[in-house]
Design a protein around this ligand. Sequence first.
Ligand code: ZN
Length: 293
Amino acid sequence: MEIPLSGRPLLHVAACAVLAAGCAHLAAVAPEPIAGAPLARAAATAGWPDAPELPNRAEVTAGQLMIHADFPLAEQHRMVRDLETLRGDVSQRLGLPISDEPVHLYLFENQERYDRFTGRYFPGFPVRRAFFIETDTRLAVFAPWQDRIAEDLRHETTHGYVHAVVPGVPLWLDEGIAEYFELPRVAQGRHADHVAHLTGRLIEGTWRIDIDRLESLRLAGELSQDHYAEAWCWVHWLLHTTPERRKILQEYLADVRRDEKTAPLSARLAHAEGGLVACHAAVRAHVESLAAR
Ligand SMILES: [Zn+2]
């Protein structure tokens, strides 16, 4: 989501991880779309970049990441190394260049500190387990230390790596990519929860694959678990079925990087796949094949 920010060009808030135990990214997404402008003003007046409450007891630089934590964090911590590796994985899979623009990670020692900070400096935000924002001067991730911190940081840091080079990436694709990379490397992007969710919805007949609907999403608060799961599915299908599809995604991101008003991904896929009906059928078949494995 990109919101005008009182004189600054943009505030991006990715619709990210939330407080839904076991079920990623659904329950705490705001029931109503986020009111972008008031939210942006609240964030602007809060002055969070200078907040004394920001974690600052330890600072670690790891490649593009500047990690600020409430607690000692070794440079060789497995999670830090994992996030550094992620930078290369995102670049290689998506065909994107590596950027040196810092991505700031603010790690709070517990939920209480994180809740107090976000409540004060980001009032009106939906309750989230962690989140990413982009302003014209900073890419930043905020997260409390908890059991799923590794997954949350892979998700949010992916937003940072992508936005450092493709700030205009569409919301749905931004989330689909982050969902893809939030998994441990060994999973190869296969998101079992999303496969199960989509399969159930398709069997029930309560959901259909529809890239036009995804492309129409403009506000983070509009995304439901169905949207996250489908967005992930498109990314997985593009990256794991044929070299041609992977190339379409890579070329699309490269074009968005140069010009945000470039032709949408749906138009490119319709051209390449013989129409969107065939394309949607192929993605549905992909979900079914993943479920059958
Ligand atoms: Zn996200």
